[in-house]
Design a protein around this ligand. Sequence first.
Ligand code: ADP
Ligand code: MG
Length: 257
Amino acid sequence: MADEILVLDQVRKAYNVGTSVETEVLHGIDLVMRRGQFLALMGPSGSGKSTLMNIIGLMDRPTGGRYHLDGIDVGKLGDDELSRLRGRLFGFVFQSYNLVPRLTALEQVELPLVYQGVTNRRKRAIAALRQVGLAERMNHRPTQLSGGQQQRVAIARSLVVSPRVILADEPTGALDTQTSHEVMALFAALVDERDITVIFVTHEFDVAQHARRIVRMSDGRVVEDGVTADVVARRLAAGVPGVMPAPASVTGQAAAG
Ligand code: ADP
Ligand code: MG
């Protein structure tokens, strides 16, 4: 029980579009995640992945169902409590990195600590950059870094607050195949070494194979939830193209569940 960090029970989301017309885009999502789980969220464009990620990350409220985060019923919290909880528990990584153009890598990573009023910022930021393998680039600005390096700076920035959960919405969407695999291997290492829970969105099955669990959505519903190796095997058996052989290390992880 205490091991369950996220528990979504029949979570719904409806938007008011135009006058009185309500459009429901999440139709009752059940999802339980334990600490240290590494999950890939897949599904076609418009299936509700980002809406779900925003609800999980307390950026948006559901219009139905219940959401318990670290044992807390977040539906009972006010906006200030929600944003404090968000800052304490979550790190966010985006497809477009969202770095500040004029800041160095070190300054980017220090930024969340400035907002939190932390004192030993430099030391913690350097440690986070070291963890993503970028200690030698800490005085570089975004234009002086490759896409993969910029995303690693963004991951360091998400890590520096010691989050329990990292939410990454299409973190490899702007990266080439090789760099995508490097970034996913980094997430996998963080899950192992720091017991962080990671949820990432991807359209690509070979990227999803870095996770240990794949949840697939379609039209606002969860249509598949399983161990990575099983989901990929079913997909291969169905003759769906586009699945690349996983690196050996990944196959080992998937088989171990
Ligand atoms: P995905 O991330 O899987 O591509 P989204 O969660 O972004 O999907 O969107 C799911 C559905 O919700 C889409 O039909 C989208 O048009 C709709 N939607 C998303 N945000 C809003 C909003 N603020 N107002 C109205 N409809 C929205
Ligand atoms: Mg999206």
